[in-house]
Design a protein around this ligand. Structure first.
Ligand code: PLP
Length: 361
């Protein structure tokens, strides 16, 4: 059988390195509840992400829900529909109403010119998404939030390794899922400006329990285990080299496809993490044709993000957020991960170019 190429593939340390990292757990029998690995990883990530405060979580989605809880958001939250399901689900599961703002056609992040008209007396926050690792227009968002007294929590799930990604807004939430640039198998973290939230988040993720009999708070279980933290400690040793490998592959893709008529490639800023390789085609028909053609060769690209999360409750996204609607129909995210071969990129690009030239004749 021909080898299969998926849109992403987890990067891993050597098995022996991981075994070595978890060996002392067989002595200590301390497997979870904020043990040594958890503490080490929190410290290391705090440095790597250059954030004043950090709390690890069992996954990125829970991290987002806990961040929403700790900042006491109420009523309506402005976000975008061009994101992974998690963003919208976290807002709705927290009893809040997502208000969908359209995206910028070139950046794919929230269109800051369209935020203010969506603010009502019920709006408590903005939850923008750093889509594909492209940072939002954080200056404009900060200006709007200050002016209107809103909390800003970034969904930074795509932005691990992007310089400065953890230092915007009131908090930034990262996913450390196996498919992300850096991972702990399952995991997430909240990075935040104000140190007063640290003890509260630490309590919330452990059922709200506190050793002194303080005021009761209703938390849940959002803890990251020692085995997951150990994976993170190993992976963090390689993160810079993995991003370098991603960069070389992105450059290869761009070399082939940047000048091709009928495809719009994303622009990567200098401090990118090269997390994703989105390509925009001329129409949904062409996008779907390319998707199917790649599938014939066991290459599985993904239509991130299609369909839009705003369609879950039957909203007409074509009317509400026409740009996001249009991009979602034409985008295809191509395979990209550190182990991908340059020759695989060449093959993928050849298949795409063949499809596009066939379309013309
Ligand atoms: C991956 C992802 C999440 C959720 O993270 P998990 O760790 O999988 O729970 C949230 N938002 C975005 C944009 C993501 O890509």
């Amino acid at each position: 059988m021909q080898k299969q190429i998926y849109v992403t593939k987890p990067s891993m340390p050597g098995l022996e390195e991981y075994v070595c990292e978890i060996k002392d757990l067989w002595e200590s029998k301390r497997l979870t509840n904020m043990g040594e690995k958890h503490e080490q990883l929190e410290n290391k990530l705090q440095q790597y992400l250059d954030t004043p405060n950090i709390t690890l979580f069992a996954n990125g989605h829970l991290a987002l829900e806990y961040a929403i809880q700790v900042f006491g958001l109420t009523g309506e939250v402005i976000t975008t529909p061009f994101t992974f399901a998690s963003t919208t689900c976290a807002i709705v599961r927290s009893g809040l109403v997502p208000v969908f703002c359209d995206i910028d056609p070139n950046e794919f992040t929230i269109d800051t010119d369209k935020i203010e008209r969506l603010i009502t007396d019920k709006t408590s926050a903005i939850i923008p998404v750093h889509v594909y690792g492209r940072l939002c227009d954080t200056d404009s968002i900060e200006y709007i939030a200050k002016k209107n007294g809103l909390t800003v929590i970034y969904d930074a799930a795509h932005a691990f390794g992007v310089k400065g990604a953890a230092s915007h807004g009131d908090a930034s939430v990262f996913s450390l899922h196996a498919t992300k640039v850096f991972h702990t198998v399952e995991g997430g973290c909240v990075c935040f400006r104000n140190a007063k939230y640290k003890p509260i988040l630490d309590r919330l993720k452990n059922f709200g329990i506190e050793s002194d009999c303080g005021k009761a708070i209703y938390g849940g279980n959002g803890k990251m285990s020692e085995l997951h933290a150990a994976m993170g400690l190993c992976n963090l040793r390689y993160i810079d080299s993995w991003i370098e490998k991603r960069k070389a592959l992105v450059q290869r893709y761009l070399l082939h496809l940047r000048e091709v008529k009928g495809i719009q490639m994303m622009y990567y800023p200098e401090e990118s993490n090269y997390a994703y390789m989105p390509a925009l085609f001329g129409s949904m028909q062409i996008r779907d044709k390319v998707y199917e053609a790649l599938k014939q060769y066991n290459i599985f690209a993904r239509k991130y993000f299609y369909p839009l999360t705003s369609t879950y409750d039957g909203k007409n996204s074509k009317l509400c957020t026409p740009v996001a609607y249009d991009v979602a129909q034409r985008v295809l995210v191509l395979p990209l991960y550190p182990d991908l071969k340059q020759s695989d990129v060449d093959s993928i690009c050849t298949i795409i170019m063949t499809q596009l030239s066939e379309g013309k004749s």
